[in-house]
Write a protein that binds this ligand. Sequence first.
Ligand SMILES: C[S@@+](CC[C@H](N)C(=O)[O-])C[C@H]1O[C@@H](n2cnc3c(N)ncnc32)[C@H](O)[C@@H]1O
Length: 226
Amino acid sequence: MNIFDAIRKHYNVSGVHATTAPDNPRSQFAVDRYKNHLPKLIKPGMRALDLGCNAGRYTFAMEEMGAIATGIDFAEIPLRHAKEVAQKRKSRCQFNIGNIAALPYKENSFDLALLPQNNGYLSYQTLESLTVQLKEILSDNGIFVVIMHDELVKRAGEETLLERYDVQTGLMEGHITLPGKGVYAAPWVFWTVAFAKYIIEKHLALEKVEQIEDNRFMLVFCNKKK
Ligand SMILES: C[S@@+](CC[C@H](N)C(=O)[O-])C[C@H]1O[C@@H](n2cnc3c(N)ncnc32)[C@H](O)[C@@H]1O
């Protein structure tokens, strides 16, 4: 099974739960982490894209901050939940099924793209191809916001890598046990902030790297077309 199929399967099987459902206050903690950061980047009427939106908690949050927000994800089950919540709330958020590796959007469709803690699901090649796509899809001066942790910071002090680690691809073949549902492949790619920055900066201009928590970083890039 390839990395995309494995991730899609595990997110469809795990479905939506209290800590991820945008209509459950217990999921709010994830949005609150960025309450001093995201609102500063979002201007009223901005067209914002949530990459790997799951059930849409960041998509809805960006709408509440004034954006015209769209979420995309390749797992149908959480996306269905997002659409139901949008209908109930009479939200204008759009939710699209699709793979980050091949986005279904035309040139100049968004002013901001957010990748919130989802880079670990992307291979090095996929993050670069996403960045190249964003060069077209983002408007002039549109921004790409990546929120990520750094595997080396996480592992400081450890002498061994816990998961099986492939030196050529950076892939760590982890597994996740979903209570009552079984054990599923949960591949995760070894990312450092420096490497993500290096790849994205080849195509978009770095604006800033901000440390949000001990091991949570926000990288902001700008699409300078001219
Ligand atoms: C940890 S969840 C985060 C969801 C959301 N950002 C949140 O915090 O509620 C990661 C999501 O990214 C999606 N995802 C991972 N790789 C993807 C890809 N290549 N294309 C589309 N969606 C992807 C998964 O299906 C999953 O819903």
